[in-house]
Design a binder for this molecule. Structure first.
Ligand SMILES: [Mg+2]
Length: 318
């Protein structure tokens, strides 16, 4: 929880509304919390500050790699929250989110890493097999020169290098007729792999997706705290659909890519603004007006070490 005084921009926000109890925010990054082109998040700063002060974890759920996320967590002030990388293939847990019996020691960066996907070597091998078998054209990120990754993503050289350190998913640029994607998707499905569309790339993953990782983290939170949290999720791409279907309060942020994003949700808010301005609009829609109240229990990370709440009955693989 933040101990520094709140900024004037933060204190001018309307009070947080909604039911009492713990809350979690699950957020896509590129095109959502981060501007699609400039990777800027300044408009979201006051809301991030407020959620931190209230003890509401903001959990990045992204196609980025773990290597990309680690420095970004520090810049965004999200070092005390978990993260989901590579579209659900990799989950990072800070110590407060670890189970005393299942994750006995953290790594050198203070995190426990869970992997839900399949090995990146297998994904690349199967992609090569299907490309030869089907005669389709695409280029994977691992095959691209670094300059091409920089040009496609707008990342600087260092960040582009980190983007190529894949653990459980492979992005690719499709260079063939759109209708031929179906054959590749079906072939990969036979291997237990998935083809999902992001804002820039198609992504090949194992069985994991963003929604699976979000549900896993909600279950973990409930097991540790003994209460299910109210969850709000934000995303702009087709690869965010499962995330948006896994939360209580979904926000589809207006995209810059033209792809259809239609989660099966009875209550859905679509923003008019894109990127971090849309992120703020979505937060304000669900939690931004009415009678304010502080989150006084449940989501305060400083008292999150209640592993004793886990019983043998709820100690499933979370
Ligand atoms: Mg996105």
């Amino acid at each position: 929880m933040s101990s520094t005084p709140l900024s004037p921009e933060c204190t001018r926000l309307p009070p947080l509304t909604g039911p009492e109890g713990p809350r979690l925010v699950f957020s896509d990054l590129d095109g959502s919390l981060l501007d699609h082109c400039r990777y800027d998040w300044a408009p979201a700063g006051p809301w991030l500050e407020r959620l931190d002060a209230l003890g509401v974890p903001v959990i990045p759920v992204t196609c980025k790699t773990r290597s990309e996320l680690l420095p970004l967590r520090h810049v965004l002030g999200l070092t005390q929250t978990p993260f989901v990388a590579e579209n659900g293939a990799v989950v990072g847990l800070p110590a407060a989110w670890c189970h005393a019996r299942r994750e006995r020691s953290t790594g050198p960066d203070g995190l426990v890493i869970k992997t839900f996907g399949v090995d990146i070597g297998l994904i690349r091998q199967r992609l090569a097999v299907w490309r030869a078998r089907l005669g389709v054209r695409f280029t994977t990120m691992s095959e691209m020169p670094l300059a091409a990754v920089i040009e496609l993503t707008g990342l600087d050289e260092q960040a582009a290098c980190l983007a190529r350190l894949r653990e459980g998913s492979e992005p690719l640029i499709w260079e063939d007729a759109p209708e031929r994607l179906t054959a590749l998707r079906e072939g990969l499905e036979g291997d237990g792999l998935r083809l999902v569309q992001g804002g820039r790339f198609w992504h090949v993953t194992g069985g994991a997706d963003k929604g699976h990782a979000v549900a896993w983290l909600v279950t973990r939170f409930a097991a540790l705290r003994g209460r299910r949290p109210l969850t709000l999720g934000l995303g702009d791409g087709p690869n965010d659909v499962t995330l948006l279907e896994a939360v209580d309060q979904p926000v589809v942020i207006r995209g810059c890519h033209g792809h259809r994003v239609a989660p099966d949700q009875p209550a859905l808010y679509r923003t008019t603004a894109a990127g971090p301005a849309g992120w703020v609009e979505g937060l304000a829609h669900w939690w931004g007006d009415g009678v304010g109240r502080r989150v006084t229990e449940g989501a305060i990370m400083s008292d999150f070490h209640q592993n004793s709440l886990i019983t043998d009955d709820n100690a499933g693989e979370v």
